[in-house]
Write a protein that binds this ligand. Sequence first.
Ligand code: LLP
Length: 427
Amino acid sequence: HPHLQTDPTCGLVFEGVALNAIADAVGTPCWVMGAGTLRHRLRRMQAAMQAAGLNVGIHYAVKANDHTAVLSLIGEEGHGADIVSGGELARTQRAGIAAGRVVFSGVGKTDAELEQAISLGVGQINVESAEELAIISAIASRLGRTAKVALRVNPDVDAKTHAKITTGLAANKFGIPFADAAALYAHAASLPGVQPVGFATHIGSQILTAAPYRAAYARVATLVRSVRDSGLSVEVVDCGGGLGISYRTEAEGQPEALAGAIRAELGDLGVRLAIEPGRWLAGPAGVLLSSVILRKEQGMAAPFLVLDSAMNELLRPSMYDAWHGILPLAPQAFSQPTELAHVVGPVCESGDTFARDRLLPRLERGARVAILDTGAYGSVMSSTYNSRPLAAQVLVEDGRWKVIRHRQTVEELWQDETMPSHLAGHA
Ligand code: LLP
């Protein structure tokens, strides 16, 4: 982690800010997002595409981290967005990302969401089924608009990632079966209200090698050629997201390898290219600060370190058995003898476990830790389960920091609830 250092006097430092100073002021649990890391990774991704001689539009996958400050930074750096809901669309508009630079993906878009997107003039809608194509055609026609659509193809390629984040197999709910795509494209060209502009594919997430990408893009290239042979024009290929990061010891997915796969399979088609990365950009740019509520000793066995953050903050370990690095914040922690410990949250489920048998310096009650690589699919997957208010969020850049979301208060937990009158007397 080039932006994370250990300082002998102030402990763990992220982009020039001592994380202990943030925790002192804001408390824990607290998400900290590094704007410098995010910018650095955006530029590295873009440079890798340019070095391969490709002009690839970057559409940041908003679902990874949808904070308006993050989206504003993406827009400021000149990039667009990949969205999957009306809520995400509204956020991009609030953050000043032009609608023309927004791609609308997702397997089930409601009529209201499609109306919103078509009225705003989003740059592209990725269509996931024949049924959805008919609906878009009808809605756009009614609005007197023409929606640019790309067909999301399911290439039936194994991304070799966790089953819950694999999307490109025929058994998955995503995309149009490869065998049906050419005919549906021709059908789209005959429909009112829609203009088919190309194809999209996305095979999954946390992909670490280029091979599955090449296999998927090769199939898409075949499709582009055969559709063109039939006399139709294809202007765009959206190559999806999914590039993985190093959570543990695995080698991080390389943007250069992704660029190589795109160039090898799609480079000579003369199409406009786009990618939809989320995790690779935002994941390493965030940490979750937590405190040890207590050490629960287990005799000779590994103790339980119970944190003040839980599965309702960071769901990934419970949901995908994900491994996240855990580092103590205090400088003296690194000179303590190490031990094996189980790191858990206080929520009443055994699945509320961040790490088992983790080698850590001995941590006492009150010690603070940073849970690493939580900038993507971290805060966005939070809930208030167990009536635990949403954690505070902070943005750091150039040695300064700012709260970008206040810690939710307990009163805010119920402020949107209403009481039926026959029960109101008891409140
Ligand atoms: N495009 C589409 C159509 C997607 O479905 C996704 C992610 C992306 C792009 C961005 O993928 P990325 O570059 O971030 O891998 N919550 C899970 C990850 C779910 C990913 C869903 N789709 C996790 O925490 O691992």
